[in-house]
Write a protein that binds this ligand. Structure first.
Ligand code: SF4
Length: 315
């Protein structure tokens, strides 16, 4: 008698693996509820921040997350990084240090933390991240006025204090720091904006500088992307460590077996995606993806919008 097909595991805190522009196939760990963040960036692809905070607490249970990671790793899917990111600022989770250490007890897959960096001036946050393999903090400006304009940060945050936190972290951290510069048209895209940051970047001494722009639909319509030419000119100023992070290039496709509308939805819930993104991550054909997307639109779960000549789907 044929065995019923094993139902795909439903995870509360994990998504993917999804193709990431910087981390290849990344198993995302979502440890903070949607848009609990210390910033409300004008370019955020997740919409406006619902709960702006700098308070750290155990938003989600460490043990439950580690159990899910154990299960996902046992599934033998190809995973290149286990990435703490998701739909809020992961360093707000007071258990992130225990989670990073817990992952190391489960698997040798490297860990990455995608962070806005806003809490790195706190010694406890620096200590928590010290065993990660890669930390990817953001730096858009060293000017407090522009910092507020771009990030609409929690009121007590000061960019130079944060920068001092980055420098202190660099001194104690043996892993890789990949600094992300988000460049927004007409806001921080001029050569002098970069030269203002050069000495600070030198002190932070990142292993790489990733140049990014507003590639996906932003929280605010006025946050526009710059052109490839502008990014090239900025790269020339910032030197050889600097790379433009183009659209993701997965090193291998996801398995694709058992992918359903539900798992497609779980990807769309994390960020706006194109049909091409979904083809890459699921391994399904364009018509299979289109069919599922149309169904989700009909159900009112997903909407589409055009940004930079590409159609994106979001919840
Ligand atoms: S882009 Fe990141 S740091 Fe900025 S509001 Fe969105 S989740 Fe927070």
């Amino acid at each position: 008698m044929p065995q019923p097909k094993k139902e795909r595991e439903k995870f509360l805190y994990l998504y993917g693996p999804v193709p990431s522009r910087r981390l290849g196939l990344s198993l995302g760990i979502d440890i903070v509820p949607h848009k609990n963040c210390s910033y409300d960036c004008i370019y955020c692809q997740l919409g406006r921040t619902g709960y702006k905070t700098t308070s750290r607490k155990e938003y989600t249970p460490v043990r439950g997350i580690l159990e899910e990671i154990k299960t996902a790793v046992a599934n033998k899917q190809r995973i290149e990084y286990i990435t703490f990111s998701g739909s809020g600022e992961p360093t707000l989770h007071s258990g992130i240090g225990r989670l990073i250490d817990g992952v190391k007890n489960i698997t040798s897959i490297p860990t990455a933390v995608l962070t806005n960096g806003s809490l790195l001036h706190h010694p406890d946050v620096r200590n928590d991240l010290v065993h990660a393999n890669v930390v990817l903090p953001t730096l858009c400006t060293v000017n407090q006025e522009m910092f507020i304009k771009i990030h609409r940060s929690a009121p007590q945050l000061d960019i130079m204090e944060i920068v001092r936190g980055y420098i202190a972290f660099r001194r104690m951290f043996k892993g890789l720091i990949w600094l992300e510069l988000m460049i927004i048209k007409g806001i921080n895209d001029k050569p002098h904006h970069m030269t203002e940051m050069i000495s600070v970047i030198e002190e932070i001494a990142p292993d790489k500088i990733h140049l990014n722009t507003v590639a996906r639909p932003p929280s605010e319509e006025y946050a526009k992307p710059v052109t490839a030419e502008v990014l090239e000119s900025i790269k020339a100023i910032l030197g050889s460590r600097c790379e433009i992070i183009a659209e993701f290039k997965p090193t291998e496709k996801g398995r694709g077996d058992g992918e359903t509308s539900e798992s497609i939805l779980s990807i769309i819930q994390r960020r706006p995606v194109t049909i091409e993104d979904l083809i890459e991550v699921t391994g399904l054909t364009r018509s299979e993806i289109t069919e599922r997307i149309e169904q989700l639109i009909k159900e009112g779960t997903v909407i589409s919008s055009i940004h930079g000549n590409r159609r994106y789907y979001r919840t």
